[in-house]
Each structure stands twice: as structure tokens, then as C-alpha cells.
Write a protein that binds this ligand. Structure first.
Ligand SMILES: Nc1ncnc2c1ncn2[C@@H]1O[C@H](COP(=O)(O)OP(=O)(O)OP(=O)(O)O)[C@@H](O)[C@H]1O
Length: 219
């Protein structure tokens, strides 16, 4: 079943036109990789898929609902309930401990404290961060912070996971561990995932695209 569909998407920043009529389908359990050089539009694409940014042209359909027709509150609720987003800068909250950063989406969803704590601990452990729960983000390495951001996106069991260059700070071992978690998760939760990378040699998932001159080309 389709989780998200983009139809004829164009995004303009002044005279700069990106995505140039992009069509993209993310179905249950899909892992889609979009590769491209700096500035080609990968973050722009992620923000559109995560319903953070609206395109100038084209349609975004999330679980059969045309998102352009929704108000800001409805879009926020869709994001909160169903979409996990890992942005390029990780954007952890510096004044919250690791465990509280990961629990935050569950708090916003009014999940009971003991349940959300257990879920957050489990996901942190799966991502190799057991023992780091009580630290603040500034006390972690960049690769650890990146994994906390992935944990925070995964903890609410989203239907759609959008990750903008999620492996940029990870060493080979951490990257292999995260990829295993993501693959398992795609299957077990029928979650669709979009991953971007600047590494043109990288291949993960069942659909792989290269963005060139702002336009997607199937590899
Ligand atoms: N808010 C904005 N206003 C004007 N131009 C923008 C804006 N956001 C992005 N751009 C431009 O759009 C282009 C694509 O940016 P985007 O961040 O989507 O690229 P990217 O492929 O993610 O790059 P990187 O690999 O460096 O992260 C860039 O040339 C950038 O300067």
C-alpha cells in the first residue's frame, strides 16, 4: 500500500528551480535512497516528504489524503503521529538528557511515562547507546548524537521515516548496526523510509535514485 506519493513536484527558490517535476512513490516497507551532490535538492525533498515544506507545484498524497488541502494543525498532527524525521543537523534539544530527547515525541502523544521510558530505552539499546541515557547531547560524540536523532525518529513507530544524510558521522560499524535496525524496522512495521546521501557509491534499499541538476534519475 502507498504511504506517500509525490506527483509532479517543483520547488522554487527565486529563479532556482528544484526537483523539476519529481514523481516518487513510497510504499509500505520500501527503503528508498536518493543520492546527489551538495545543493542538488536532497534536503528540500526530505522536507517536502516530511510535510515540513510545501512544494510550489505538484501534489503530496499521504495515506490517500492530499496534504495541500490540509491546514497547518492537521499537517502537524500527521507528522507527530506518523512521520519520523532526522534532519542533517540532528537538532537534539541541548537542555534535555538523551533519554528525554528520545521520549519527547511519546510525551507529545500523551503516552504513559513508564511505557515511553521502556520504549526509549529499548530503541537506544538497539542503536548501541545503552549507558548514554542520562547524558546531555553535548556530552556525546557526533556519531552518537546522530544515532540519538535516529532513535527519536523511530521511537514512535512511524509509518514514514525520512532521514537526511543519516550516516554522515557514523563509522563503518555503527553504520552497519543502524542499517540492520532500519531494514528490520521497515519489514516488521511496514514502514516506508527515505534516505539521502552525497555518497554516489552508496546503495541501500529497493529503489535508488540519483538527483542531477535538481532532477531525479532512476539508477
Ligand atoms: N530557503 C532557501 N532559500 C533560497 N535558496 C535555498 C533555500 N533552501 C535551499 N536553497 C537552495 O536550494 C539548493 C538545494 O538545497 P538543499 O539544501 O535542498 O540541497 P542538498 O542536496 O540537501 O545539499 P547538501 O548535500 O549540501 O546538504 C541550494 O542551492 C540552496 O542554496
Amino acid at each position: 500500500m502507498a504511504i506517500l506519493e509525490l506527483r509532479n513536484i517543483v520547488k522554487k527558490y527565486g529563479s532556482l528551480e528544484l526537483l523539476k517535476g519529481l514523481n516518487l512513490l513510497l510504499s509500505e516497507s520500501d527503503i528508498v535512497t536518493v543520492k546527489g551532490r551538495n545543493g542538488v535538492g536532497k534536503s528540500t525533498l526530505c522536507k517536502i516528504v516530511a510535510l515540513i515544506m510545501s512544494p510550489d507545484l505538484g501534489e503530496v498524497i499521504f495515506q490517500e489524503v492530499e496534504v495541500n488541502k490540509l491546514g497547518d494543525y492537521q499537517k502537524s498532527m500527521l507528522r507527530l503521529k506518523h512521520i519520523g524525521y532526522v534532519d542533517q543537523q540532528y537538532t537534539l534539544i541541548p537542555t534535555l538528557k538523551v533519554i528525554d530527547n528520545v521520549e519527547l515525541p511519546l510525551r507529545l502523544l500523551n503516552m504513559e511515562k513508564s511505557v515511553r521510558r521502556k520504549k526509549a530505552e529499548e530503541i537506544l539499546s538497539m542503536l548501541g547507546l545503552k549507558g548514554k541515557e542520562e547524558l546531555f547531547p553535548s556530552q556525546l560524540s557526533a556519531g552518537e548524537q546522530q544515532r540519538v536523532a535516529i532513535a527519536r525518529a523511530l521511537v514512535k513507530s512511524p509509518k514514514l521515516l525520512v532521514m537526511d544524510e543519516p550516516f554522515s558521522s557514523l563509522d563503518d560499524e555503527a553504520m552497519a548496526m543502524v542499517i540492520d535496525v532500519l531494514k528490520d524496522y521497515a519489514k516488521s512495521h511496514e514502514c516506508a523510509q527515505l534516505i539521502t546521501t552525497t555518497d554516489l557509491g552508496f546503495s541501500l534499499g529497493n529503489k535508488i535514485y540519483v538527483l542531477r541538476n535538481g532532477k531525479p534519475i532512476s539508477e
